[in-house]
Design a protein around this ligand. Structure first.
Ligand code: NAP
Length: 253
């Protein structure tokens, strides 16, 4: 039955950036669909734990700064200790630095690109080699952006990294679809999270953005839950290499 295809019972999902915003939304969604959740963040995920447990789920946490060179080995070792297999990876953690293109330093460029782009590739690679490719099953969902499609204003490193997320998604899907691994991305529109605090506190920019969203409102973590469960589940078995916009109609305008 079709609703059964959306169930994640008995599966384990790893979500990076799980303490807040969209990452927290994915954790709650997966728990509601029946999965155990391993949250990865550099600080406490207590609020996420409470929400997952309230949904009847099991929550484990891995505290690690994803910009540290040993982040991937820490995650893989902890996963090994916590569960027998990982079925779902959500590359959600991301950072944005707003500055004029003429002022971008190499240090800031590297900060954004190494988390938003390089880690997405190498954590996907580590999970695929350890769990997904040998098991002929796995779901990778990376969080892209409207700036995978557009250039944005004063965020060139972010636009570059999120465009790369869409490219990495297609490249990995081409190699791993034959092994039963679905690699896809979600491109959220303008969502009310920490990522957009500065944007929303700039009255002029905020109004201009809002006016351009056909749905007439900012998105919330609840809005990405359905797309997350869809791409994490058997319901999307024949969806490969696609970046799904959840944007209130922004891209169509
Ligand atoms: P958010 O609340 O700021 O979430 C970003 C997450 O990444 C936080 O959990 C943050 O942890 C984590 N993170 C950043 N640097 C880290 C590091 N070095 N180590 C470990 N964790 C780190 O904003 P969000 O909107 O939910 O963002 C989630 C994803 O959606 C990001 O990839 C973002 O680019 C993308 N996105 C957001 C929007 C939007 O409108 N909000 C639109 C398109 C795409 P801390 O809390 O410790 O910083």
């Amino acid at each position: 039955m079709i609703l059964d295809q959306f169930r994640l019972n008995g599966e384990t999902a790893v979500v990076t950036g799980a303490n807040t915003g969209l990452g927290q939304g994915f954790c709650v969604a997966f728990a509601q669909a029946g999965a155990d959740v391993i949250g990865v963040a550099r600080r406490s995920m207590q609020e996420t734990r409470e929400k997952v447990e309230a949904a009847g789920g099991v929550f484990h946490e891995i505290i690690v700064d994803l910009s540290s060179p040993d982040a991937i080995s820490v995650i893989m070792e902890r996963c090994e200790a916590l569960c027998s297999r990982v079925d779902i990876l959500v590359n959600n953690a991301g950072v944005i630095i707003r500055e004029d293109a003429k002022d971008v330093s190499e240090e800031n460029w590297d900060k954004v690109v190494s988390l938003n782009e390089k880690l997405v590739f190498f954590l996907s690679q580590a999970m695929a080699n350890r769990y997904f490719l040998p098991n002929h099953y796995g779901k990778i969902i990376s969080i892209a952006s409207m700036l995978s499609f557009q250039g944005g204003i004063r965020v060139p490193s972010y636009a570059a990294s999120k465009s790369a997320v869409m490219g990495i998604t297609k490249a990995l899907a081409n190699e791993w679809a034959p092994f039963g691994v679905n690699v896809n991305a979600i491109a959220p529109g303008y969502m009310a999270t920490n990522n957009t605090t500065n944007l929303r506190s700039d009255a002029q920019r905020s109004e201009a953005i809002l006016e351009r969203i056909p749905a007439g409102r900012w998105g919330t973590p609840d809005d990405i839950m359905g797309a997350g469960v869809f791409l994490a589940s058997d319901a999307s078995a024949y969806v490969n290499g696609f970046t799904l916009a959840v944007d209130g109609g922004w891209l169509g305008r």
